[in-house]
Design a protein around this ligand. Structure first.
Ligand SMILES: Cc1cc2nc3c(=O)[nH]c(=O)nc-3n(C[C@H](O)[C@H](O)[C@H](O)COP(=O)(O)OP(=O)(O)OC[C@H]3O[C@@H](n4cnc5c(N)ncnc54)[C@H](O)[C@@H]3O)c2cc1C
Length: 468
C-alpha cells in the first residue's frame, strides 16, 4: 500500500451540529471525520443498513460463498480508498487471478486470451487492415489519445480540464473516434466488454479523465472477506449516531439552521441542525424538495447529471467446470458485458459466476422480467463459457436502475456535463454542503465517495465558528 495519508481534522471553535443525509461511503466518511474531532453528527439513512452502493451479497448462496452487487474492485492508485482500508485493518488481495486464460467473446466466437496486454486485433473475427491487425487494444488507445494526454493537467480537480481540452466535452467518444478516422470495427474494440460507444453518449472528456487515472494504475484489488467490511467499520464507530429507515423527503433552510423532514416507521419526522451534508445521489435528489430553491447552476447539475446503467446476474454452479478447460472464469464480450468468477480464491468445488452488464446491455436486461433475465443471461453465458446449463444451481439478478435509493449505478457524464455540470456539483448552498461520488472528479468509484465526504467535512469544520 502507498504512503498516502489523510490528516485528521483539527476542530476550530465549539462543536457544530451536522446532519448527514445518507450512510453510503461518502456520508460515513464525513460523519466519522467530524465525530472524531467532537462535532455532533447525526446520519439519516433510508435503508436499514449502511454502505449504499457497497453491498456484499451472502444470501442466497451456499457454502459461505459471497459476491458484490456494487463496488467490487479497487485500482491500486485509489489512495483515499486504500487509506481507510488500512486504517481499519482490512486486507486486500488481487481482483483477477494470475492463472489460466481469459475469454473474449466476439461475433459469437469465444477467443482464448493468455495475456490481455499482448492480444492483437488479428485474433478477433472482424475486418481490420493489416496495420490495425498488428495493434493491441492499448496501442489503439495510445495512438488516439496520446496527443490529448500531453495536455492533460490535473484530472483530479473538479474544474478540470485545461482550456485547450474543453472542446472535447462537446463530443461523444463515438464522434471523437470517427473524427480521428478510426474505423467502426476498431471503434467497437475501444469499448470492448465495457461500453458500446455507438449507443452510449459518453463525453470524450469523461473517457479521457478515466484514461488519465488508469495510466497510474497497475493492478486492481479487492477487500478480502467482502467490501461491506469497509462501511461496516465506519458504522461500528458511529453506531447510534446513524438513524436507519429514515427516508428524507424535504430540506428547508432557515437563516440560522436547516430543517430536514423524513419518514420513519410510517411517521413524518423533523430534525434541525446547524449544517447539512447531503450525499443523496442526484438521480434521487432531483425528485426531492429543497427550499428555498438552489442556485441555477446547482439545480441544473442535480436535474441533468447522467447516470450509468449497470446490472448483474449471479449463477451458483456446483462445479467450476471451466477450470478443466484452462479458463479462469473471467472474460469480456463485444456487447458491454463482463464475466467474473469472483469466488476463485475461495477454495472449494462450488462457485458463483457473475454476468456484469453495463450501458445498453444493462438497460436491455432491466426491461425484462426476472425469469427472462435469467434465461437470457444463461443462454449468453453458456455460449461464452459452454457448460453452464449442466452445472447451474440457479441464478438471480440485481439491476441498479431499479434501486429506489440510487436509480442508476453511478454518475457517468454525457457531452457538456464534464465542464458544465460537474464543477457545480460540490459547491455548498448556504448551510447545505454536498458530497457523494457524483461531486468528485473520481465519480463512479468508492474513492469519489470518500474524497468528497472528507472534503465536505473539512468545509464545515473550517467554517468560522457560529458561536464560540
Ligand atoms: C454496479 C456498480 C459497480 C461499481 N463498481 C465499483 C468498483 O468496482 N470500484 C469502486 O471503487 N466503485 C465502484 N462503484 C461505485 C461505488 O460503489 C460508489 O461510487 C460509491 O459507493 C458511492 O458512495 P456514495 O456514498 O456517494 O453513494 P451511496 O453509496 O449511494 O450512498 C448514498 C446513501 O444515501 C441513501 N439515500 C438515498 N436517498 C435517501 C433519502 N431520500 N433519505 C435518506 N437516505 C437516502 C442511500 O440509501 C445510500 O445509502 C460501483 C457502483 C455500482 C452501482
Amino acid at each position: 500500500m502507498s504512503d498516502f495519508t489523510i490528516k485528521p481534522l483539527i476542530r476550530k471553535g465549539k462543536p457544530k451540529q451536522v446532519l448527514i443525509l445518507g450512510a453510503g461511503i461518502a456520508g460515513l466518511t464525513a460523519a466519522y471525520e467530524l465525530d472524531r474531532v467532537g462535532h455532533h453528527v447525526t446520519v439519516l439513512e433510508a435503508r436499514r443498513r449502511s454502505g449504499g452502493r457497497i453491498k456484499t451479497l451472502r444470501e442466497p448462496f451456499a457454502d459461505g460463498l459471497y459476491v458484490e452487487s456494487g463496488a467490487a474492485r479497487i485500482p491500486n492508485n485509489h489512495h483515499w480508498t486504500l487509506h481507510y482500508i488500512k486504517h481499519f485493518g482490512l486486507q486486500i488481495s488481487p481482483f483477477y487471478p494470475h492463472e489460466r486464460d481469459f475469454i473474449h467473446y466476439c461475433q459469437g466466437k469465444a477467443i482464448r486470451i493468455e495475456d490481455e496486454k499482448k492480444v492483437t486485433l488479428a485474433q478477433y473475427p472482424l475486418d481490420f487492415t493489416p496495420e490495425e491487425k498488428a495493434m493491441t487494444l492499448k496501442d489503439i488507445w495510445q495512438k488516439v489519445f496520446s496527443p490529448l494526454l500531453m495536455e492533460i493537467g490535473d484530472a483530479s480537480l473538479l474544474d478540470w480540464p485545461p482550456e485547450p481540452l474543453r472542446k472535447y466535452d462537446q463530443m461523444t467518444v463515438g464522434e471523437f473516434l470517427s473524427s480521428q478516422g478510426i474505423s467502426p470495427n476498431v471503434a467497437k474494440m475501444f469499448g470492448f466488454g465495457h461500453m458500446d460507444f455507438s449507443k452510449d453518449r459518453v463525453s470524450t472528456l469523461e473517457m479521457l479523465r478515466l484514461l488519465a487515472f488508469g495510466l497510474k494504475e497497475n493492478q486492481k484489488v479487492k477487500i478480502v472477506g467482502g467490501f461491506e467490511q469497509l462501511p461496516n467499520a465506519f458504522a461500528e464507530h458511529l453506531k447510534d449516531k446513524i438513524c436507519y429507515g429514515a427516508q428524507v423527503f424535504r430540506v428547508l433552510q432557515e437563516p440560522f439552521s436547516v430543517n430536514v423532514f423524513y419518514h420513519q416507521g410510517g411517521l413524518e419526522q423533523k430534525i434541525s441542525s446547524d449544517y447539512v451534508i447531503c450525499t443523496i445521489p442526484f438521480s434521487v435528489l432531483r425528485k426531492m424538495k429543497i427550499a428555498p430553491g438552489l442556485s441555477k447552476a446547482k439545480n441544473r447539475a442535480i436535474q441533468e447529471m447522467s447516470y450509468m446503467s449497470a446490472s448483474r446476474v449471479f449463477f451458483q454452479v456446483r462445479k467450476r467446470y471451466w477450470l478443466e478447460q484452462g479458463f479462469n472464469g473471467f472474460g469480456l464480450a463485444d456487447y458491454p458485458t463482463e464475466l467474473w468468477h469472483s469466488t476463485f480464491d475461495i477454495p472449494q468445488q462450488r462457485g458463483i459466476l457473475v454476468y456484469y452488464l453495463k450501458g445498453e446491455s444493462s438497460r436491455r436486461i432491466t426491461a425484462m422480467t426476472e425469469s427472462e433475465r435469467i434465461n437470457d443471461a444463461q443462454k449468453q453465458l453458456n455460449s461464452m463459457l459452454p457448460g453452464l446449463t449442466d452445472y447451474n444451481e440457479g441464478g438471480f439478478s440485481f439491476c441498479w436502475d431499479e434501486d429506489e435509493y440510487t436509480q442508476g449505478a453511478h454518475s457517468f457524464l454525457n457531452p457538456g456535463e464534464v465542464t458544465q455540470l460537474l464543477p457545480h456539483s460540490a459547491n455548498p448552498e448556504g448551510r447545505i454542503h454536498f458530497a457523494g461520488e457524483h461531486t468528485s472528479a473520481w465519480h463512479g468509484w468508492i474513492q469519489g465517495g470518500i474524497e468528497s465526504g472528507y472534503r465536505a467535512a473539512k468545509e464545515i469544520n473550517d467554517l468560522t465558528p457560529i458561536s464560540s
